[in-house]
Design a binder for this molecule. Structure first.
Ligand code: KIV
Ligand code: ZN
Length: 519
């Protein structure tokens, strides 16, 4: 590890970072990942040096199970957690996948404890919920001493009952107790008091680490997490780019940079290598196709951009006038022209690694060929172009593949698209008329794939400046049960559109397959 990448560590309390990008994060619409994509994220989380990686919900589907198992087998360093409800079947299945991590495998089991959840969702009396929690923790502890228990909707749970459950599960063997704000309802002052109440009223609380898990429905997930550690929590659950159910979870990069930047008043540290934050954020965006808002703290495109003249002047005189943390500290490399058509494979690979893309040899070769093609078309190839190339060329073998597309259109012609695809190894071709080139191309693809899914969103943008820039198309497609995002890039925007649509249809078919596996 380079010297500048050493985590800051002294007498401060080290807060454990529990990353749930691949579990809670993946639950958000459009964020689904396949096994190979999860492994790439897990490798980046290993570089970030998070303490715990929650890799999935093993009983949810065969795909989830395999992903947790692969992460448990391949990732060294962080603990690997798998989520399960408080049922024996869930817990047994979770351990089946987690056992490959040995003592680093963590069973994370949960049950809801608020009156509203117990009455309407579980339809269980509190005493029964308490008994289930204890039984589940005992079952988990028969496999491993590394057991986390979550009181779902803890923030809306009656405090004496919350304390009773926490005490009982610690007695039963839980070594981490999580107090989630499942619905993103609390505010810092209240959350501080809940954690403090548990510290003061649960006699065995010091035998477990208190964890917090905050959702962002009111935009307070990061602030609430900070308040919780001030009250004594020792673990924070978070996600890259803050992705997660509904409005998302506590953003890992924001929480970690708050501790680093405000170390003057916050006596805490994490083990996170902050220089890996930007690569982690970019990698996730590349995989899910969902970009972060430009003004997002820490990793947004404008997070370190100074536009106003007076700010620029101040920055030139002394950077700290307007910069509370450096771009380098979050791994933001000065983005300029990076590569051209004479750049070699070695330089290409090195730059990809700096950007957080670790590809195996086959994928690297595909990506390099594509880079060479692009460098022939375009004078300058930027980091954003490389992200787009990796996003496409690192995809797993797809069900639907685009082979060729030709479109004729113009002010007088009726737009006509001829599309040739490979579907399950068979080449198929058709032509369709449409209301413009994109419509005709999508109609042809729809006909070939026999897809019933609805296109709900279509956006086209350019990846960088200049008329030779690659166009990047993002589409959203829904089959009524699932919504997925697809992305495609090319210097030809019709080709980019076709790629994006086919990407979305591939993701949808993966999701549908997962659902079939689960039933
Ligand atoms: O939000 C929540 O309560 C959860 C638990 C399962 C930890 O995600
Ligand atoms: Zn959650």
């Amino acid at each position: 590890m380079a010297k500048s990448q050493q985590p800051i560590k002294d007498e401060r309390k080290t807060i454990k970072i529990f990353d749930t990008t691949m579990r809670d994060g993946e639950q958000a619409p459009g964020n689904s990942m396949n096994i190979e994509e999860k492994l790439r994220i897990a490798k980046q989380l290993q570089k970030l040096n998070v303490d715990v990686i929650e890799a999935g919900f093993p009983i949810a589907s065969d795909g989830d199970f395999e992903a947790v198992k692969k992460v448990a087998q391949m990732i060294k360093g962080p603990e690997i957690a798998g989520l399960c409800r408080s049922s024996e079947k869930d817990i047994d299945r979770a351990w089946e996948a987690l056992k490959y991590a040995g003592e680093k495998g963590r069973i994370h089991t949960f049950i809801a404890t608020s009156d509203i959840h117990m009455k309407y969702k579980l339809q269980m009396e509190p005493a029964k919920v308490l008994a289930s929690a204890v039984k589940a923790v005992k079952r988990a502890a028969s496999y491993t001493p590394n057991v986390e228990f979550s009181c779902e909707d803890a923030v809306r749970t009656r405090l004496p009952f919350l304390a009773e459950v926490v005490e009982a599960v610690i007695d039963a063997g839980a070594t981490t107790v999580n107090i989630p704000d499942t619905v993103g309802y609390t505010i810092p002052f209240e959350y501080f008091n809940i954690i403090k109440y548990l510290k003061d009223n649960v006699p065995n609380i010091d035998k477990a680490v208190i964890s917090v898990h905050c959702h962002n429905d009111l935009g307070l997930s990061v602030a609430n997490s900070v308040a919780a550690i001030q009250a004594g929590a020792g673990q924070v659950e978070c996600t890259i780019n803050g992705i997660g159910e509904r409005a998302g979870n506590c953003s890992l990069e924001e929480f970690v940079m708050i501790l680093r930047t405000r170390r003057d008043i916050l006596p805490f540290a994490t083990n996170v290598v902050t220089e890996q934050l930007t690569p982690a954020s970019r990698l996730l965006t590349t995989i899910t196709g969902i970009a972060v808002q430009p003004n997002k703290a820490v990793v947004g495109a404008n997070a370190f951009a100074h536009e106003a003249g007076i700010h620029q002047h101040g920055m030139l005189m002394e950077k700290t006038t307007y910069e509370i943390m450096t771009p380098e500290s979050v791994g933001l490399l000065s983005s300029a022209l990076v590569l051209g058509k004479h750049s070699g494979r070695h330089a290409f690979k090195k730059r990809l690694e700096e950007l957080g893309h670790d590809l195996d040899d086959t994928k690297l070769n595909k990506a390099f060929d594509r880079f060479k093609e692009l460098a022939d078309l375009k004078k300058e190839v930027f980091d954003e172009d490389l992200d787009a190339i990796v996003s496409e060329e690192s995809r797993e073998e797809d069900h639907y593949k685009l082979e060729h597309i030709t479109v004729t259109c113009g002010s007088f012609a009726v737009a006509t698209a001829t599309v040739q695809m490979e579907i399950n190894g068979i080449t198929v071709r058709t032509a369709e008329l449409g209301d413009g080139p994109v419509d005709s191309a999508f109609k042809a693809i729809k006909k070939l794939t026999k897809s019933k899914a609805k296109l709900t969103q279509y956006n086209v943008g350019s990846i960088t400046g200049g008329t030779d820039a690659q166009g990047e198309v993002t589409v959203r497609v829904s089959d009524g049960n699932h919504t997925v995002v697809g992305k495609g890039s090319s210097t030809d925007i019709i080709v980019a559109s076709a790629k994006a649509y086919i990407h979305a249809l591939n993701r949808l078919s993966y999701k549908q397959k997962r659902l079939t596996d689960a039933v």
